[in-house]
Design a protein around this ligand. Structure first.
Ligand SMILES: Cc1cc2nc3c(=O)[nH]c(=O)nc-3n(C[C@H](O)[C@H](O)[C@H](O)COP(=O)(O)OP(=O)(O)OC[C@H]3O[C@@H](n4cnc5c(N)ncnc54)[C@H](O)[C@@H]3O)c2cc1C
Length: 498
């Protein structure tokens, strides 16, 4: 059943009039109010309650969007920006109805790549698969950094939501890789942020190379989940593609052996990333049907992408990695390293899927429902997080599925308990599990990202009141009528009134 929370969106103007205005702006083929077209936007893969939008529009350019925003602001009609709805947090479910703006269909061009300054200027709908193909064909010496998301998920959404990807151990949060944005504000003003801010009219395509050193206004749009404006262009950093690669697979036999390894390996700048999974689910990647751990099996496995400038450079890195394992095993852990290329040959190349990103990672797509408590985490709490969540999974009758990473040279970590479930029959069960895990992880200092409303309600109880007051002042200042994605961070249309 899909519903909308009570909203006064169409108190000031009738829906028929809205439809006619939307058709004026976007053309009749790019607007719909038909249930059959709206339904797919009313839900996502998560536990979050579905809600129907009232309209969907497919924009082609920013001029249309300026007209839309001015119109919606006048009548306080919600606008929910959407790319492909793959955020895994209920973030594009239109809690208060209104208009879905689907950027994925037509605003999906790679506008420019600057090979020297190593960035790509893209429209919001560009996907990981599209960017990867484009770079391979045109800039084979450059690469982007990819998450475990499917190839059809959006690059910009991931960067603006502080995604974590397969260069995470080096570069950290993807939000740090955004050089600049073009944004339409609630009053219809178009702003450009970053080094592209020079120039009265359109920015020079080669001017999107840095976010600093001016005041960092980009923070007004990063992690705001589409609540502060409509982004129409985004410049993301690219990186040199190192020619030699030799990924490793690490296997951890003790429940918490992974924790010190992540901390040690993060600090010495030899790996691109580390993606550690509970073994129950890691085994499913190579075709083992049931998520079960047998008594003598390891608790965790980790894929470790390592690349280098030449063989000599690679050997230095591999030696350093082996030294860490030897040192930790000497101190009592039981960790093994395996050449991932050799390992994957055993499994008919299925195991490559989790390394050759972007790809459709099978174990994440096997059920009708997928959700997580995806969190940035203090790495010195990894042991406690692993031990406590392990018990909670078992108590609720779910196989453990934790995903851990180290980010930006060890400065912070990722702790992401993942829940796969049958969306139509297990929603309540998974919600109870997710809540208990969230409470436990938040108590240990974790900070969730891609947050559904039930989680932001919980966070609001814990967060310093000064932070909340500033957050609300910024939101009111940028979006006085709360038209942009209302409901996120529990900003209902009425909560924006002073
Ligand atoms: C199986 C799976 C695995 C995943 N693994 C990872 C992972 O390992 N690491 C990781 O970081 N992520 C992961 N993700 C999440 C995914 O990478 C990102 O969240 C995704 O790329 C963004 O999704 P999207 O483009 O569909 O954006 P959407 O879900 O459509 O939108 C994301 C947010 O951005 C807002 N938005 C969209 N367009 C605009 C715009 N033009 N202006 C302003 N706001 C806008 C939306 O309102 C919403 O709040 C995974 C997802 C799936 C399904």
């Amino acid at each position: 059943m899909t519903i909308s929370k009570k909203s006064n969106a169409f108190e000031k103007i009738g829906k028929a009039e809205v439809l006619s205005r939307l058709i004026d702006i976007f053309g009749s083929t790019n607007v719909s109010n038909k249930q059959v077209d709206l339904y797919p936007y009313s839900y996502d893969m998560t536990e979050n309650e579905p809600h129907m939008p009232d309209f969907v529009v497919i924009p082609e350019n920013k001029e249309q969007l300026v007209e839309l925003v001015i119109f919606c602001n006048q009548y306080a009609i919600p606008i929910v920006p959407y790319t492909s709805g793959n955020n895994v947090g209920g973030l594009t479910i239109p809690d208060y109805g209104g208009i879905i703006v689907d950027f994925g269909k037509k605003m999906n061009k790679i506008i420019h790549v600057n090979g020297n300054m190593m960035y790509a200027l893209i429209e919001p709908g560009v996907t990981f698969g599209q960017l990867q193909k484009y770079l391979e064909e045109n800039y084979p010496h450059l690469r982007y950094s990819y998450p475990n998301a499917p190839p059809y998920a959006g690059v910009m959404g991931n960067a603006l939501l502080s995604g974590m990807t397969n260069l995470g151990a080096k570069i950290g949060s993807m939000a740090d890789s955004v050089n600049g944005l073009e944004v339409i504000m609630a009053d219809g003003d178009i702003v450009r942020i970053g080094s592209c801010f020079y120039g009265k009219e359109e920015a020079d395509l080669n001017s999107w190379w840095s976010r600093y050193p001016m005041p960092d206004l980009l923070g007004l749009f990063v992690n705001w989940q589409g609540m502060t404006g409509l982004v129409t262009k985004c410049a993301v950093q690219l990186w040199p593609k190192e020619p030699v690669e030799k990924p490793q697979l690490a296997i951890f036999f003790g429940l918490t052996d992974l924790a010190p390894f992540l901390r040690e390996v993060g600090k010495i700048d030899i790996i691109n990333d580390i993606a550690a999974f509970s073994v129950e689910v890691a085994k499913m990647e190579v075709g083992i049907p049931e998520p079960v751990k047998y008594p003598e099996e390891p608790y965790y496995t980790a894929v470790i992408p390592i690349s280098a400038k030449n063989e000599e450079h690679l050997n230095v890195k591999l030696n350093l990695l082996n030294e860490i394992v030897e040192k930790l095993n000497h101190q009592g852990t039981n960790i093994h390293l395996i050449d991932y290329n050799e390992f994957s040959k055993l499994y008919d190349l299925k195991a490559r899927n989790i390394y050759d990103l972007p790809s459709q990672i099978l174990s994440l797509h096997e059920y009708s429902g997928l959700t997580w408590f995806g969190a940035y985490a203090p790495t010195d709490k990894f042991e406690e997080l692993i031990e406590k969540t392990d018990k909670i999974y078992k108590k609720h009758g779910f196989p453990p599925f934790n995903y851990l990473k180290i980010m930006k040279g060890g400065h912070y970590g990722i702790f992401r308990p993942i829940f796969r479930f049958k969306r139509f029959t297990e929603r309540e069960r998974v919600f109870k599990l997710a809540e208990e895990i969230a409470d436990t992880c938040i108590a240990l200092g974790c900070i969730p990202y891609k947050t559904p409303s039930w989680l932001t309600a919980k966070l609001r109880e814990k967060i310093n009141p000064g932070w909340i007051r500033l957050f609300e002042k910024v939101k009111r200042c940028l979006d006085p009528n709360n038209i942009f994605n209302p409901g996120r961070w529990n900003t209902s249309p009425s909560s924006n009134k002073n």
